[in-house]
Design a protein around this ligand. Structure first.
Ligand code: 8OZ
Length: 364
């Protein structure tokens, strides 16, 4: 079956050509080889199975041990991790796919048991988030964070820079900065979590500073044409809030556009929840940003087609549908039924609910 849609058209993203407008959204799966934070052979199979998406974005990957907030998430700060990711990028490229890695620092959404010597997680301010993380095989309240010293901020920027260098060495086509979902960069940006009185707190300009400085550092390493960023202006995820998200994100996106990032990936509404949780003018971001606009959150074939036709977005990121449908692109092309996803196998475990969702031919 063929329904008119731009979803299957190619797209030139900086120096690379994407086969279609489908992006596999970053999805945390907690299946790194236990105790190593290295993606294993199963991860390579998982991403390779999904290589028909125009662009794959990996699960969030911590730029340092300090940047980790959940059990068994992969890192991109050690030689072994680079070697593990190299197997992923090789298999994806062998299938003709393109893949960016998402660079992550969780900030206050962490637990002392994941930090070196049981230290407190770091944050813009010493305010504990209401929420849980997954650690030691169970859900636990996140730990009380400590406020980063001004003198520590260059080190955080360096961690992103080193992670970017590692990502290129691992064969990634580019990197996505995780600026969303209540993690460190968003904690600095939003006034619900940032009560600093130094150059990184107070005004919108000051709060946006870390996200823009990290972006500048990553661009210096990877080139702007291989650097994207993900933001979530109104998400309440991980207990984050801001008193004026429109003004904040208009400013941030002006800065990102000046840095010439290749794409802006926007979680519209509440991450994994209602798209209309709060009023927000996404078209304003689209207008301000010179690169590609990647729209995410709750998209299906019809909404994706409508938004692409209206030129309100260039690419559409699908999350959960890609967990349960390795061949999502082909299924939507044929108008075939989709596999349902099993929430019980999202986080942690092995092949079950990871690499065993059937593609069409196998499903028949
Ligand atoms: C689900 C579970 C743990 C982490 C995000 C990286 O929300 C995540 C995440 C999602 O961006």
């Amino acid at each position: 079956m063929s329904r008119p849609t731009k979803l299957f058209e190619t797209y030139k993203l900086g120096p690379i050509t994407l086969a279609n407008r489908f992006v596999m959204a970053p999805l945390t799966r907690n299946r790194a080889v236990p105790g190593t934070f290295v993606p294993g052979a199963l991860a390579a199979d998982y991403y390779a199975q999904r290589a028909s998406a125009g662009l794959l974005i990996t699960e969030a990957s911590q730029v340092s041990q300090q940047g980790q907030g959940y059990q068994d998430t992969p890192g991109i700060y050690s030689k072994d991790q680079v070697a593990g990711w190299r197997k992923v990028t090789d298999q994806v490229h062998a299938r003709g796919g393109k893949i960016f890695i998402q660079l992550w620092h969780v900030g206050r959404i962490s637990h002392v048991d994941l930090q070196a010597n049981g230290a407190a997680p770091v944050a813009p301010s010493a305010i504990r988030a209401k929420g849980k993380t997954f650690v030691n095989g169970t859900f636990a309240d996140v730990s009380e964070p400590r406020a980063l010293e001004l003198s520590e901020i260059p080190g955080i920027i360096d961690d992103f820079k080193r992670a970017t260098k590692n990502a290129l060495e691992a064969g990634f086509d580019g990197v996505e900065i995780h600026g969303a979902n209540g993690y460190l960069l968003e904690q600095f940006a939003k006034d619900g979590a940032n009560k600093r009185t130094d150059a990184y707190g107070g005004s919108i300009e000051n709060r946006a500073k870390l996200m823009l400085e990290v972006s500048r550092a990553v661009v210096a390493e990877a080139g702007a044409e291989r650097t994207g960023i993900r933001i979530s202006p109104v998400t309440p995820a991980n207990d984050i809030s801001d008193s004026n998200p429109q003004a904040l994100y208009d400013h941030i996106v002006d800065g990102l556009s000046a840095l010439k990032l290749v794409y802006l990936h926007v979680v519209e509404g509440a991450t994994g929840g209602p798209r209309d949780i709060a009023p927000f003018d996404y078209a304003s971001l689209r207008k301000r940003f010179a690169g590609a606009y990647v729209a995410n959150n709750g998209y299906d074939f019809d909404l994706a087609t409508k938004v692409l036709d209206a030129k309100a977005a260039d690419l559409i990121a699908f999350g959960k549908p890609f967990i349960s449908n390795p061949d999502l692109v082909e299924r939507l092309k044929q108008g075939a039924a989709l596999n349902d996803w099993d929430k019980n196998t999202f986080y942690g475990g092995g092949a079950k609910g990871y690499t065993d969702y059937p593609a069409l031919a196998a499903a028949k």
